[in-house]
Design a protein around this ligand. Sequence first.
Ligand SMILES: C[S@@+](CC[C@H](N)C(=O)[O-])C[C@H]1O[C@@H](n2cnc3c(N)ncnc32)[C@H](O)[C@@H]1O
Length: 259
Amino acid sequence: MTQVSVTGQVVALLRAAMVRPSTPEGDADAQRLLCAGMSIKPPESRRPSIEARTRFIDDRVLAALAAGIRQVVICGAGYDDRALRFRTSGVRFFELDHPATQADKAARLAAIAGPGPVLVQADFSTDDVAAALAHAGHDPTQPTLFICEGLLVYLTRQECDRLLAALAERAAPGSELVVTLAVHADDQDTELVLATANAARRTASTEPWRTILPREQHLAMLTRAGWQLAECDDSPASGIPATSGRGSLLVVAHPAPLR
Ligand SMILES: C[S@@+](CC[C@H](N)C(=O)[O-])C[C@H]1O[C@@H](n2cnc3c(N)ncnc32)[C@H](O)[C@@H]1O
């Protein structure tokens, strides 16, 4: 993609209005600062699900830091502010996203005081994520918190498989993966669900949804890639009629012991 992510801006703008925790060294105003000058008006219908997943993942970051994890890798980071909000001495944040979005984020970070994340330019449809992380200085012998928030739905199933396997390859014992999954009811046709959902989205031409699956099928994708499920919560659906059968899962997984 050659343009900055609009969906990333929508999520960031909704988050900028939230009251959230931060670490003692962190910047509680980071999300608002990162959103400076964004002119998009985010749809209110998205707010409940964005708020729920933000709280869930913020809690996992704070728990990981408290447990002594010193590396956080955020895939498809967009305008995620956690590297600034949860800044902690000795902890490295790595953020991966398309080059265009990373360039815009770099400019925004330059205007904000204090150390920020290591920005990695990567396209998950073509690039070797394990190699990109190695090149950026990520240490696969130390535990890492990996975050894929609002990302997998934009990748093909094959790209999801490759990304999840690459992260498992870099996951030392004690690592954790937090991921959001878009799911639909078992009796629905996957291609029809995708077509209907994209037809209702203004950003579908540039950032189409590509992977929405029945719950068990989506969870199986994680286990196939080398992850063991630890927690799976339903996120509140928003902007979706209750009868549509679509929803979102908030999932925590750990590296499978026998890989
Ligand atoms: C909905 S946004 C979510 C951003 C961020 N995770 C958050 O929750 O604030 C999706 C992000 O995934 C990124 N993305 C989508 N497909 C990608 C790909 N193939 N390679 C790299 N990044 C991708 C987009 O650029 C965008 O920043």
